[in-house]
Design a binder for this molecule. Structure first.
Ligand SMILES: [Zn+2]
Ligand SMILES: [Zn+2]
Ligand SMILES: [Zn+2]
Ligand SMILES: [Zn+2]
Ligand SMILES: [Zn+2]
Length: 974
């Protein structure tokens, strides 16, 4: 036996033995000296009497390695025609077939005797998982055949015919099932599958020594048809007396179990629930485009529509195209300029393509594709396409609240309502009494401008819990696996191939919910506890009147988003902000354009620079997360997502650099050369997102800065950098104000319940933020001095660590002992010890407190900063509270959905039994299928309940009680 550690080195001990044994199978083995048939136990081979049929010696690759005589072999295989044989010939095993030893298979009787078989013996090629067979068979013509035609005889034998009339090829059910899985799991295409089966049948097939019929085209057709029918079967289309043609849009795509579906998995009375609980019955979707899933124009292609167009994940193509044809090109002025420069909304290169990508809509929390939530894109990511897809994807659910996460939500949402009127009447929806909330996916939001992020980041929107909207990227990663094989396909084949992939994706997502929801809930309960503590920490330091005033400001904002944003600073800065400078630069550019100075590119120089600075900012965030020592698996995957998003944005930025800063392009080329020279070993990984050189003008060597930058980019960057310095300096002061306030409060209130949990407290979070801001200041200042010369702006001084340290604050490197000493000293104070000094600014005031504009508004600054900290801490707490409740509701919905399936399939079984319009054998099949579905869904429901009642820790135990009494929410809230 192998030990777990060294299986391969232990193999060395047995490799010779194994080698000998595998060769032994090529002989007669134990029976070498006296071969005999394992079935009739008679002597076989040369010693058997001539003409007895025992002279010939066989072995079956599918039955087992035992020996069989000719007669036993033929008799044994009358109902197993898809076995491959070997015959002992000239001292070795030679491949042979049942057909070549005379087997004629009897259809209609599963190989057993028919009283009146068809006189004609026919040939058929059958594709089966063990190879490609050419068999002989007869149709049945006895009474059994009265109720079925020849095609049905093939189907009833588990063989799917390739053509309607006189089929010469069929594919077995087993081969279809195997291929479908190899395709959806491993992206194996039909050509490779058939080639493998050909080689399995005859290793020398490619030489043409033996001739195997070409089954590829027939197989391709059949596998598409059979997968389509499988999807139809599972959606109960066979059980509808009105038949396939009555299929409704999107019906064949598996629904997401934890998402809300009206009339399937919502508790009765959900419509009447209090406003504050409505978010529990909200559908949260994510919308995005993928430009890897292209399709080329092919010449002389015959029309090849998808099977059941519009019945699955893709929208019905005819109506969709009709809508797009009448649509005029859209002109959209983006106000979020950094983002506009980083997006590839319009793909430039669509030559030779009839499909430039795919637009998709998934549920954001579980990443299931929505029925009718996919559509082809022709010319980039146009609203005309995306609106149509989104509204189709909402499908038949009728809820009171929806959230749409979209990485261009800030622009897209502006005229959505007006554009709705351009959609076909059947798709239009009345949202007047419904909440439609739009947000930016949490990581993607980083590429937007600060004001935009503060308004639209999903993490600040009420009711979404911790949904991050990034899940659709994971779906794209899965679909990209078939980007290559679908690129040259006919449109119909492509759509059907993608339907299969999406179908399997949704199926797996649903099955995974038992584990996924449980894990997420355990995390959410723990995190909620931490955020509640952090909020308490700041809340108790604020006077009740202030709290009420601030809460009112939040409420007003949530009611009406045009009100002042409570998560933003309302204090004027000491100098123009980055946003101010951006506006100024843009106006100057427009003035230049009006004076006849043609812009270099449709994306302005200001937008280009802003985009670069935003990318730089996302690099800090990446580095910040990656640097945390303990990377949990979850955070690790977040870092990965973040990096992918970064590279997606980097590409268009590089494109703009070619126009604006050719010097940067030259530096990139040098970088690449240096890497190639240094790394003879090509396995050296490319640098991570946070270590990439962006090559903004300030990063370029002096020569490239003067020659390699167009226009007055250098001057423009300098102005932006200066404003970055001022912005980050005020933000640092604000964060320090709050921190000081919290520490003082803590010191003044040591009544013995002083908490020493450091790592999660708000004070520590503020410390981390100050460090990040300090890094931003240092980088901006360094760039500014490079651009303007070392003597420039003496008031923007070098920022030292000591400048950020509040007096009396515990240092980072304090040992545990130091801290407990201090803590003991504080306790002493209560019984007459030396009073602890107030934490203040350093005794020698750091320059940041005396810098221009800083002292004038200190009181106001403190207030503002506390208000924002308090508002944000409250929002964070609220999101985690929502997350816990959402997860519990989702678990209840999964169970309800499965119960709905059990009930519905049970009803279908009963309805099938009662049908008088069909024969008993058809009824039996419908009933059998339905009852198998009942059993499956009941088993899943039991399994999930079990999984959610596992006693992993207190949190999970608590959740079990909730799942069992699941409608407590209504009894307590009404
Ligand atoms: Zn025998
Ligand atoms: Zn066999
Ligand atoms: Zn018969
Ligand atoms: Zn879902
Ligand atoms: Zn934006």
């Amino acid at each position: 036996m192998y030990s777990q550690e060294e299986p391969m080195s232990e193999f060395a001990e047995v490799s010779q033995l194994y080698l000998d044994e595998t060769v032994r199978l090529h002989g007669l083995g134990y029976y070498s000296s006296h071969p005999c048939c394992a079935v009739c136990e008679q002597v076989v081979g040369e010693e058997a009497p001539a003409g007895s049929g025992r002279r010939r010696l066989f072995r079956c690759k599918d039955c087992g390695v035992f020996l069989q005589c000719f007669e036993c072999c033929l008799a044994r295989h009358s109902s197993s025609p898809l076995h491959f044989l070997e015959e002992w010939t000239d001292g070795h095993w030679r491949h042979t077939t049942l057909q070549s030893i005379g087997l004629v298979y009897q259809l209609g009787h599963e190989g057993f005797k028919c009283k009146f078989p068809d006189a004609l013996v026919r040939s058929l090629t059958v594709v089966h998982p063990n190879g490609i067979h050419e068999i002989k068979y007869r149709f049945c013509q006895c009474r059994r055949s009265d109720t079925c035609n020849n095609l049905q005889q093939l189907h009833r034998n588990g063989w799917f015919p390739a053509t309607k009339t006189d089929p010469d090829t069929a594919v077995s059910t087993q081969a279809l099932d195997l291929y479908r899985l190899l395709n959806v799991v491993g992206n194996l295409n039909a050509r490779d599958f058939i080639t493998s089966l050909e080689r399995l049948t005859d290793a020398t097939n490619s030489t043409g020594m033996n001739w195997l019929p070409d089954t590829y085209k027939a197989f391709l057709r059949v596998s598409r048809q059979s997968s389509f029918l499988q999807r139809a079967r599972r959606s109960a289309r066979a059980h509808d007396p009105n038949g396939l043609k009555a299929t409704k849009g999107g019906e064949l795509t598996p629904r997401c179990w934890p998402c809300p579906h009206t009339d399937r998995n919502l508790a009765p009375g959900w419509r009447e629930v209090d406003k504050e609980y409505r978010y529990l019955y909200r559908l949260i979707v994510a919308l995005d485009a993928n430009f890897k899933l292209k399709n080329r124009i092919r010449k002389n292609e015959h029309d090849d529509p998808s099977l059941g167009p519009g019945w699955g994940a893709f929208v019905e193509p005819r109506r969709y195209k009709k809508h797009l044809r009448k649509y005029v090109a859209e002109k959209d002025i983006s106000t979020c300029i950094a983002f506009a420069a980083l997006t590839q909304k319009e793909t430039r290169n669509t030559a030779g393509l009839r499909v430039s990508g795919v637009g998709g809509c998934v549920c954001a929390r579980h990443e299931c594709v929505r029925p009718n939530g996919m559509g082809d894109l022709q010319k980039g990511e146009r609203y005309a396409n995306m609106d149509y897809i989104l509204v189709s994807a909402l499908g038949d659910v009728d809820l009171k609240e929806y959230t749409v996460s979209y990485d261009i939500a800030c622009q897209w949402k502006k005229h959505f309502e007006a554009r709705m009127e351009k959609l076909p009447k059947a798709l239009q929806r009345d949202f007047s009494d419904v909440l439609v909330q739009c947000g930016l996916p949490v990581w993607h939001a980083l590429a937007h401008e600060e004001e935009c992020t503060n308004e639209n980041n999903l993490s600040l929107l009420p009711g979404v819990g911790k949904s991050d909207g990034e899940g659709i990227e994971r779906l794209w990663a899965i679909l990209n696996g078939i980007a290559f094989q679908t690129k040259e396909m006919s449109l119909g084949n492509r759509a059907d191939t993608m339907e299969d992939k999406l179908d399997s994706h949704n199926f797996l997502k649903n099955l995974g919910q038992g584990d996924a929801l449980r894990r997420r809930l355990v995390v959410a309960i723990a995190e909620r506890a931490r955020q509640v503590e952090a909020f308490k920490e700041i809340n108790k330091t604020i006077k009740p009147e202030k709290r009420a005033e601030w809460q009112a400001q939040i409420d007003r904002y949530l009611e009406d988003r045009s009100r002042p944003n409570p998560y933003l600073m309302a204090v004027p800065l000491d100098g123009p902000s980055e946003a101010d400078i951006r506006v100024k630069l843009r106006m100057e550019e427009q003035a230049d354009a009006a004076n006849g100075q043609a812009p270099l590119h449709a994306t302005s120089a200001t937008a280009f620079l802003t985009a670069g600075l935003q990318l730089e900012e996302t690099q800090y965030v990446s580095a910040g997360i990656a640097a945390k020592t303990q990377l949990t698996a979850d955070r690790q995957s977040k870092v990965e997502e973040h990096r992918i998003a970064f590279f997606a944005k980097l590409r268009p930025f590089r494109g703009l650099q070619e126009v604006y800063t050719p010097g940067a392009i030259r530096m990139l080329a040098k970088d690449a050369e240096a890497r190639a020279a240094a790394a003879t070993d090509t396995t050296v990984p490319a640098p991570a997102a946070e270590n990439i050189h962006l090559w903004l003008p300030s990063e370029l060597p002096a020569g490239e800065r003067t020659d390699g930058c167009k226009g007055n980019l250098v001057e423009m960057e300098a102005r932006l950098r200066e404003s970055q310095c001022t912005d980050s300096l005020s933000a640092i002061r604000l964060a320090l104000h709050s921190k000081r306030h919290l520490i003082n409060f803590r010191h003044g209130n040591i009544g013995g319940q002083m908490r020493m949990t450091r790592s999660h407290s708000l004070v520590d979070q503020l410390g981390i933020r100050v460090d990040a801001l300090a890094n931003k200041y240092r980088q901006a200042r360094e760039a500014l001095l490079v651009l303007r010369g070392q003597g420039y702006a003496p008031h923007l001084r070098k920022l030292e660590k000591a400048d950020l340290r509040l007096e009396g604050e515990e240092g980072e490197n304090d040992t545990e002992a130091d801290r407990s000493d201090r803590s003991a000293a504080r306790k002493l104070r209560g019984i007459g010890g030396r009073p602890v000094r107030e934490v203040g600014k350093s005794t020698v005031l750091s320059w940041i407190w005396t810098a221009k504009g800083a002292l004038d508004s200190e009181e106001e600054e403190l207030h503002e900063s506390l208000r924002i900290e308090w508002s944000r801490a409250k929002a964070r707490k609220k999101r985690w509270e929502e997350e816990v409740e959402l997860l519990r509701e989702e678990m209840r919905r999964v169970i309800r959905y499965l119960e709905w399936e059990v009930e519905t399939w049970g009803a279908r079984a009963a309805a099938a039994t009662a049908r008088a319009d069909i024969m008993e054998d058809a009824r039996s099949g419908l009933r059998g299928y339905a009852l198998a579905q009942v059993a499956l869904h009941r088993k899943l429901s039991d399994h999930f309940r079990g999984e959610w009642s596992m006693n992993i820790n207190e949190a999970t135990t608590q959740l079990t009680t909730d799942v069992v009494n699941f409608d407590t929410l209504f009894t307590t809230s009404t």
